[in-house]
Design a protein around this ligand. Structure first.
Ligand code: SF4
Length: 123
């Protein structure tokens, strides 16, 4: 099999310096990583190349509330390939109020093992 070599530009978000890292590899196997300034950046870029994840930040509807939405985020980073499926679930969700900040509003979204939590208290 002749798998194609791919190059990914990755901004390291581990610290505010935001190093611009270039990772090259095949499939999810990284071969070279350049541009990082410390070991944490190398680890971040290697993981991001193989398995990109993102904290999902968005809003959901609230039951009986017309002109406001509840801000929510994933408790942990969500695999990038699951983001659209998660957004489908979030769009169909209506949260009961009151809700407390950090309360779980959707548990184990899309079988990721990750909860969506409120980032605001609504009385
Ligand atoms: S590579 Fe190191 S110094 Fe650069 S942004 Fe990442 S953690 Fe910070």
């Amino acid at each position: 099999m002749n798998a194609e070599r791919i190059k990914k530009e990755i901004i390291c978000t581990v610290c505010p310096r935001g190093c611009r890292i270039e990772a090259v590899g095949v499939g999810d196997m990284v071969e070279t990583v350049d541009g990082y300034s410390c070991k944490r950046g190398l680890e971040y870029a290697t993981a991001e190349f193989a398995h990109p994840v993102r904290i999902l930040t968005t809003t959901v509807k609230m039951e009986g509330v017309q002109n406001d939405l509840l801000p929510v985020r994933s408790a942990k980073p969500v695999p990038k390939e699951k983001l659209f499926a998660c957004m489908d679930v979030i769009r169909k969700t209506v949260v009961k109020v009151p809700v407390a900040c950090h309360e779980v509003v959707i548990s184990n979204i899309c079988d990721t093992g990750i909860d969506m939590i409120a980032t605001k208290t609504v009385e």
